[in-house]
Design a protein around this ligand. Structure first.
Ligand SMILES: Cc1cc2nc3c(=O)[nH]c(=O)nc-3n(C[C@H](O)[C@H](O)[C@H](O)COP(=O)(O)O)c2cc1C
Length: 167
């Protein structure tokens, strides 16, 4: 049996909701960046974060860096995130004719931080969806996201990871 855990950081709760659903699909637990466990006993670590000003948040980047100390070397890693618009053109893309999407930039950044000097295998399967934008506690945009449908997709993502890794 594959031993898996889902990790996340979340300010407004969207990424946490998605993390919990992925964990449900995997039949395992989710933990926030504030309660990172020792990872040595796991085969698969699912790692999630969210986007601020087109980037990973400061707290998000810090927790991804911390994963080395927690024993992520040698593990399989799957990535996910929530954002205002994962499929939208990245506002600071250098190539203005052919701009990168927010999802590409975000996954690249997460991969770079996690895989730096570490023996991790980032698996190609990954998940992203929209999250309601809360500023000073008030919902400003993307009301209702992640939707029930997106949360079901997150659960299925977890289930697929489980099936795939158990084969
Ligand atoms: C201050 C702030 C800045 C944000 N900047 C971006 C952004 O540049 N691009 C984007 O796609 N989403 C942006 N978002 C949307 C968040 O990434 C999205 O709402 C995410 O789901 C929040 O996750 P959380 O609820 O787990 O904290 C921003 C949200 C906030 C609150």
């Amino acid at each position: 049996m594959v031993k898996a855990i889902v990790l996340f950081n979340s300010k407004g709760g969207n990424t946490k909701k998605v993390a919990m659903k992925i964990a449900e699909g995997l039949e395992t637990e989710s933990r926030s960046n504030k309660e990172l466990p020792d990872l040595t006993e796991y085969d698969l670590v699912v790692v999630g974060s969210w986007v601020i000003m087109g980037r990973i948040s400061f707290a998000g980047a810090r927790y991804l860096r911390k994963l080395k100390r927690k024993g992520i070397d040698g593990k399989k890693v799957a990535l996910f995130f929530t954002s205002g618009g994962p499929d939208e053109d990245h506002p600071f893309s250098k190539d203005k004719e052919n701009p990168k999407k927010i999802k590409e930039v975000m996954f690249e950044k997460m991969e770079n931080i996690i895989a730096k000097n570490k023996q991790v295998t980032i698996i190609p399967e990954r998940f992203y969806c929209k999250g309601a934008i809360r500023m000073m506690g008030e919902v400003k945009d993307n009301i209702g996201h992640p939707t029930e449908e997106e949360l079901e997709q997150a659960r299925l993502f977890g289930e697929q990871l489980k099936t795939q890794l158990e084969v």
